[in-house]
Ligand binder design. Structure first.
Ligand code: KE4
Length: 426
């Protein structure tokens, strides 16, 4: 019998490119039919056929307190009754700015936008306007959204498609985008030694989640900070994924490294469209209407989206929230690693806070090159077996996974049992 997922997918293909509104959802990397969901509650999802899953995507990070958390839903319903948007300032945006400044003190001033892409695109522009330089540096395998200048050897869906540089981006637009190898400290020293005073900014995922999870070498991050300071280069931590997830204050708190600017998204919208960029006041003062760098947005700071974000940010400040989330995620990793070991499968896994990486390789990769050596075919078979068992992982070997505060010990045990079955079938 044809499933509802298949029916919906076939019909979607007629009107939506690839049947999806974001490429990674298309299952092109893992094969098969994308799952169309109808409902989420806590750690669970239900698809169009009513099949239940334990969810480890959590909308790629935002649903950190679980799906349909009653306090978030109640807050959104109440504020929505007062109109969905004004296109004018609201006290809610001030409350969000105060909350972000409190939780991420390096953000002295912040501007809200509607996606992570808008946040990184705007941060790059401000950094270029502030330094009056054009060159920007990113790292192979890191993904910062789909702004033209950043679609160079990007991660996430682009890795999945094996198209390191997107079509439709003129060479001139990326002529000033330089790409280095993540965790390669010497390459930083070499580049800054040559052209450091020409570099407007370096943008980095301080913990990478878009070529699967890659943990930073602390000396690499510290050297990057020192070189940016020495050469007047703006250091941008793209914490769209790591913000409020690897620690309450993000990766910058975890590693005690202060960037000049930070980009945020995902968790600060609690599932609704909110992004943000901010940092040193002297840099942010370059922004219109004060300065010459233009940036704008009809729905920036949308009251309903900001309310969902504020409700979420209040919940993650509950006592021991991140300690519990980190411990639950590590318990999951330990159980899956043990299952692989018992099955004799070359496998490794690691986690940072509430995000994790599963690798079909004997060691946890520390670079893009090492990540590319992992066994993608084994991952794809593992993915489908887990899906069959009712566990929803990211449909690509190049994505990190996410745990929420709603994932119970029973969910973890269920997932580990499903992993045992999946490893046995490899
Ligand atoms: P959005 O424009 O998708 O809101 O954010 C872009 C972005 C920026 N920076 C980082 C570190 C990110 O991880 C992202 C988006 N992450 C992907 C997940 N790999 C979004 C999933 C998708 O593209 O559908």
């Amino acid at each position: 019998m044809t499933s509802q997922n298949q029916i919906l997918f076939e019909k979607s293909l007629a009107l939506i490119p690839g049947g999806v509104n974001s490429p990674v959802r298309a299952f092109r990397s893992v094969g098969g039919t994308p799952i169309f969901f109808k409902k989420g509650l806590g750690s669970k999802l239900w698809d169009a056929d009513g099949k239940e899953y334990v969810d480890y995507i959590n909308s790629w990070g935002p649903m950190i307190v679980g799906h349909a958390h009653p306090e978030v839903t109640k807050a959104v319903q109440a504020v929505a009754a007062n109109s969905l948007s004004f296109g004018a300032p609201t006290g809610l945006e001030l409350e969000m700015a105060e909350m972000i400044n409190k939780l991420v003190p390096s953000i002295e001033q912040v501007r809200l936008v509607s996606s992570g892409t808008e946040a990184t695109m705007s941060a790059i522009r401000v950094a270029r306007g502030f330094t009056k330089r054009n060159k920007i540096v990113k790292f192979e395998g890191c993904y910062h959204g789909h702004a033209d200048a950043l679609l160079v050897k990007a991660g996430s869906g682009l890795l999945t498609f094996g198209e390191p540089t997107s079509a439709g981006v003129p060479a001139e637009v990326v002529a000033d985008t330089l790409t280095l190898e993540y965790n390669n400290t010497q390459s930083l020293k070499d580049l800054f030694g040559k052209i450091g005073d020409q570099i407007a900014c370096v943008i980095i995922e301080p913990v990478v989640g878009n070529m699967n999870l890659i943990v930073p070498n602390l000396e690499f991050l510290q050297t990057l900070r020192e070189l940016c300071t020495k050469h007047g280069t703006v250091l941008i931590f793209d914490e769209v994924m790591t913000g409020f997830r690897v620690a309450l204050g993000g990766a910058q708190a975890l590693y005690n490294i202060k960037p000049d600017m930070t980009t945020l998204g995902k968790v600060i919208g609690g599932g609704l469209p909110v992004g943000a960029f901010g940092g040193r006041k002297d840099i942010m003062q370059c922004l219109a209407p004060l300065g010459a760098v233009y940036q704008a947005g009809t729905l920036s700071g949308n009251p309903v989206a900001v309310t969902a974000g504020l409700a979420t940010l209040k919940l993650i400040q509950e006592k021991d929230f991140h300690e519990k989330l980190t411990a639950q995620t590590k318990k999951l990793m330990d159980g899956i690693v043990q299952a692989a070991k018992e099955a004799g499968v070359a496998f490794s896994a690691q986690s940072v806070g509430g995000m994790f990486g599963l690798y079909f390789s004997a060691i946890c990769p520390t670079s893009y090159y090492e990540m590319m050596q992992s066994d993608k075919t084994a991952f794809n078979k593992f993915f489908h077996s887990m899906l069959e068992s009712g566990v929803y992982l990211g449909p690509s070997a190049f994505e990190a996974g996410f745990v929420s505060a709603a994932h119970t010990d029973a969910d973890i045990a269920f997932t580990i049992e499903a992993a045992k079955k999946a490893f046995a079938g490899l």
